[in-house]
Design a protein around this ligand. Structure first.
Ligand SMILES: [Zn+2]
Length: 409
């Protein structure tokens, strides 16, 4: 098989698996002196050189973030977990971002604006460099206020915005206050990173309406890379980049593989980061995988609804299991809600939710409250409490929104 830069084009599922097997074997040769993984193979009663492909991975113990952190604590630099990328690892990360851009239809005619802060957040750097690899021009929005970012987007006539879904909505709120019309801006595509949400139907719709653009999801993690990307089919399922990773979905409790289409925790093996590889990495992300071909022509598997939540984020509200993404979807369906926060109180082994709601003040709060209560009852079958938050009082997030707060009983 030809190790083309991008891998086989429109491969069959069998060709994909063969490509993964071959890359896994060459990775294992490259990292054969890695003591951390030698031990894992030893535990499975196997030598690294004996593995034939992805099927052999199932015998290996999983790798977890806390295990990596503990390993690094014993062998300094210590905490927090540092991630080392070789030039080859970095190239892989960028190649993954090229797929993110290509999937969203970004070309050399585009001008990409990355609205993240300068800092160790990896997507800021890979997003910008990845845009260059995709042939586009990129502008960094690091170290700017929201107003400066809006002016930069409009003045430079940027066509693509990269940021968290929360921040795209926040920028729209600031633009409205400044009297700036984003719908007539040149932004035609928004691509989201840093948190799930862009696959939540009502979040996606609100971003698209605010910006007059098409909204694309993407998923990634420092430890793994940009492992999923959206495509033009835009049917709410996003592609897993199986050219660069091996994906498994397991039951988080039994740790056994689940059937296709069943919700479970995503486990990822990186194929192109020999500097700091992860084999069978437990992401904590809950997904539903499907392998039927996509309308866009890609044969890569997809996850329906993007990342559905984190295995440890599940709330149990009066006996009903609810994920934050479902709550997000209901709240974002009410047009006058600007921002919200959820207080979780543990009462007799169950979670009680208090929703603090900030509105644009255009409709009476009692009406907003009624709409929320009705939606939660009808769609999630749970009762919640609602309180009004003063305009501008809730935090606005640029990165990884933390809207859920646990409070003491
Ligand atoms: Zn597709």
């Amino acid at each position: 098989m030809d190790f083309d830069y991008r891998g086989p084009q429109s491969p069959s599922r069998a060709e994909l698996r063969a490509w993964q097997d071959e890359r896994l074997r060459s990775l294992l040769v490259e990292i054969s002196t890695n003591r951390f993984y030698q031990e894992k193979f030893g535990f499975a009663g196997m030598k690294m050189s004996e593995a034939r492909g992805a099927a052999d991975l199932s015998a290996l113990p999983f790798t977890t973030k806390s295990e990596l952190a503990a390993e690094q604590f014993e062998h300094p630099p210590g905490r927090p977990l540092r991630w080392l990328d070789t030039a080859e690892d970095w190239e892989t990360f960028l190649r993954c971002w090229v797929e993110v851009y290509r999937g969203a239809g970004v070309t050399e005619n585009d001008l990409v604006f990355c609205a993240f802060s300068f800092g160790p957040y990896v997507s800021h750097w890979t997003g910008i460099e990845g845009a260059r690899h995709a042939g586009a021009l990129a502008i960094s929005g690091g170290g700017m206020s929201s107003e400066q970012r809006l002016r930069a987007i409009l003045d430079n006539r940027c066509t693509v915005l990269v940021c968290t879904p929360t921040y795209a909505l926040h920028l729209a709120e600031v633009a409205a206050r400044l009297g700036l019309d984003l719908r007539s801006s040149d932004i035609r595509v928004t691509i989201h990173a840093g948190e799930p949400g862009a696959s939540v139907p009502n979040v996606k719709r609100r971003i698209e309406e605010a910006w007059g653009a098409r909204c694309f999801d993407h998923a990634g993690a420092t430890e793994v890379g940009a492992w999923a990307f959206d495509c033009q089919a835009a049917d709410g399922a996003i592609h897993l980049n199986e050219l660069e990773f091996i994906f498994e979905v397991i039951d988080p409790k039994t740790c056994g593989a689940v059937d296709e289409g069943t919700r479970g925790e995503l486990v990822i093996t990186t194929l192109g980061r020999p500097g700091m590889p992860v084999l069978r990495y437990r992401t904590g992300d809950l997904v539903e995988m499907a392998t039927e071909p996509c309308e866009c022509g890609r044969t890569l598997a997809r996850i329906k609804g993007g990342v559905l939540g984190r295995a440890d984020d599940m709330l149990s509200v009066r006996g009903v299991n609810v994920y934050p993404s479902a709550i997000d979807d209901l709240i974002r369906a009410v047009p006058s809600i600007v921002e919200y926060e959820v207080e979780i109180r543990r009462v007799s082994e169950m979670d009680d939710l208090l929703l603090k709601i900030e509105t644009d003040g255009l409709s009476p709060f009692a009406e907003v409250e009624r709409a929320i209560l009705a939606a939660f009852r009808a769609q999630l079958n749970i009762r919640v409490s609602v309180a009004q938050a003063t305009a501008g009082s809730l935090p606005r997030y640029e990165f990884k929104a933390r809207r859920y707060k646990r409070v003491a009983e």
